[in-house]
Design a protein around this ligand. Structure first.
Ligand code: BEZ
Length: 254
C-alpha cells in the first residue's frame, strides 16, 4: 500500500457499496469532445467508467495505483488494457487524445499536484484534453470538521488526508504545467449513502490515514460519536448524506 495515498482498497467492497463514485462520474463524459478517442483513464479504480468509455466507442486504457483495484478491473473486463501506475511518477510510452480522471486527484498530496499535471500533459498529444472531477474546496467539510473535534477532545491531532482545491488553485496547477483551462465548475452534491450507519461506514472506507496508530476500538468510538454529532445535518428521512463538493475542470494542451 502507498500510505501517501491514504488508502488500502478493498476493491469488491468499494464496487458493491460505493457505486455512486463511478455513477456520478458519467456526467463527465459530456466534456470529452470527439469520437473514437484514445483515452487514458487515470485512477480508474475497478474499471467501471473505463468500460463505459469503451462502450461509447473510445479506445481506453485504465491505470490505477491500487494493485487490488487493477486486479479486480482485469477480472471484470479482461478485454481492456489496465496497468498499475502512480500518477506522481507516470511516464507514458504512448500519447493519448484525452486523459480522464474521476474522483482520484484529491487523494494526492498538494505538493505532488504539479508533477501529476505535468505527467498528464506529457501523456497527451498536441490538442489533447484533460477532463477531471475531484473533491473541491469545502468537500466533506462537516465530516472532517467533526472528526477534528472528536480527535481534539481526546488530545489527538487530526491531519486532513485530502487535497480539496478551489477553482483558482487547481487552474493554477494546470496552467503551471502548460495547460489552457477552458472549463471549471465547483458545485455542491449531497450524496446519499447506504445503510443505517452509512456515515460511519463511509468513514471506515474513505478516512483511513488519520486513524493509523489509533486503537481500533477508540477509532470506532470516534467515528460513531462523529456520526451521532452530525445527525441533525447529514441524516434526512432516515438516509445519511455525505456533504460532497465537486470540482470539475477541462484543460487543453495547445
Ligand atoms: C470524493 O470523491 O470527493 C472523495 C471520496 C472519498 C473521500 C474523499 C473524497
Amino acid at each position: 500500500m502507498n500510505t501517501d495515498m491514504n488508502i488500502d482498497w478493498d476493491a469488491r467492497n468499494y464496487a458493491e457499496h460505493f457505486s455512486f463514485v463511478p455513477k456520478y462520474g458519467r456526467d463527465l463524459f459530456e466534456l470529452l469532445i470527439g469520437d473514437k478517442l484514445k483515452i487514458l483513464d487515470l485512477g480508474c479504480g475497478g474499471g467501471m467508467l473505463t468500460k463505459e468509455l469503451c462502450d461509447r466507442g473510445h479506445d481506453v486504457t485504465g491505470t490505477d495505483l491500487s494493485e487490488s483495484q487493477i486486479e479486480y478491473a482485469k477480472k471484470c473486463f479482461p478485454e481492456i488494457n489496465f496497468f498499475v501506475s502512480d500518477a506522481v511518477t507516470l511516464n507514458c510510452n504512448q500519447k493519448f487524445d484525452a486523459v480522464f480522471s474521476n474522483a482520484v486527484l484529491h487523494w494526492i498530496d498538494e505538493r505532488n499536484q504539479p508533477l501529476v499535471a505535468k505527467n498528464v500533459f506529457n501523456c497527451l498529444k498536441k490538442g489533447g484534453q484533460f477532463v477531471l472531477e475531484m473533491g473541491g474546496i469545502g468537500n466533506n467539510a462537516l465530516i472532517h470538521g467533526e472528526l477534528e473535534r472528536q480527535f481534539a477532545a481526546r488530545g489527538l491531532e487530526y491531519r486532513m488526508p485530502f487535497f480539496f482545491p478551489s477553482v483558482g488553485q487547481y487552474a493554477s496547477v494546470l496552467e503551471g504545467a502548460g495547460f489552457r483551462v477552458v472549463y471549471a465548475l465547483l458545485f455542491d452534491r449531497p450524496t446519499p449513502l447506504e445503510g443505517e450507519n452509512g456515515l460511519k461506514e463511509w468513514m471506515d472506507t474513505f478516512v483511513k490515514a488519520p486513524f493509523y496508530g489509533i486503537d481500533a476500538a477508540v477509532a470506532d468510538q470516534i467515528k460513531m460519536n462523529a456520526q451521532a454529532a452530525l445527525k441533525d445535518r447529514l441524516l434526512h428521512d432516515g438516509v445519511w448524506y455525505a456533504d460532497y463538493v465537486r470540482l470539475r475542470m477541462k484543460a487543453l494542451k495547445n
